[in-house]
Design a protein around this ligand. Structure first.
Ligand SMILES: N[C@@H](CCC(=O)N[C@@H](CS)C(=O)NCC(=O)O)C(=O)O
Length: 224
């Protein structure tokens, strides 16, 4: 099996975490988004959506979509990060959908990306300000739910053990580091992110992301 990924990409990092934690024997093939490698004919043939991650199975099938890849790999390895119990698994699936369809839309595409990726920014300053204000309001609502409901009890999203929902959700929330987003108004979310970042899997897989964040922070400092 081969995983096509970019080490900085929000949707690749959760898969790298699982591969690291579960010690999965998967060949890693870097597709640099900055170098536009995802638009090459060879990669487009694998994933016409021109996005990472993509998992090429030995028989030729290609699985795309971070959530589907996480579930496939964890299930194949019978890894506890994707519990077999039906109710426990439903909670993991629920949280992954919650992050992927609600939180990420507003936090990623409504707040972080319009500030950092020109293709998501609006050229009209008033419209851009409106988009960011709405993104901030909606993100605050999601973070409040995460803080007061999903992370109110256990250390992890689904209780006492880390799951692929933590990997996926943590990847999305860590996106805030790109713009220096302050999580302190949501102490349970802050605590959870600190715990995730302290895992050996995170430190082993997030070197390139950390370097990227340091570069972005330096750029912000210089332009302030
Ligand atoms: N729905 C896909 C989204 C994948 C995605 O958007 N990946 C980004 C990196 S975080 C990408 O490859 N973007 C390339 C581009 O938009 O040109 C998933 O869940 O995996």
């Amino acid at each position: 099996m081969k995983l096509y990924y970019d080490p900085i990409s929000t949707t690749s990092r959760p898969v790298l975490l699982l591969i690291q934690d579960a010690r999965l024997p998967i060949e890693l093939v870097e597709i640099s988004l900055f170098a536009e490698a995802h638009r090459s004919p060879a990669f487009t043939a694998l994933n016409p959506s021109q996005a990472v991650p993509a998992l090429a199975l030995d028989g030729g099938q290609v699985i795309t979509e971070v959530s589907a890849i996480l579930k496939f790999l964890a299930e194949q390895a019978r890894h506890p990060a994707y519990p077999a119990d039906l109710k426990a698994r439903a909670r993991v699936n629920q949280l992954m959908d919650w992050f992927n369809t609600g939180f990420y839309r507003d936090f990623g595409y409504g707040l972080v990306y319009p500030q950092c990726i020109p293709a998501y920014a609006h050229t009209n300053a008033t419209t851009q300000a409106d988009i960011l204000r709405r993104g901030a309001e909606r993100s605050a609502r999601w973070l409040g739910i995460l803080n007061d409901h999903f992370l109110a009890e256990g250390p992890w999203l689904c209780g006492e053990a880390v799951t692929i929902a933590d990997y996926l959700g943590g990847g999305f929330v860590s996106l805030g580091d790109w713009v220096g987003f302050d999580l302190s108004p949501w102490p349970n979310v802050s605590r959870w992110m600190s715990a995730l970042k302290a895992t050996s899997g995170w430190t082993a897989t997030h070197g390139p992301f950390d370097s990227f964040l340091a570069m972005m922070a330096e750029q912000r400092r210089q332009s302030a």
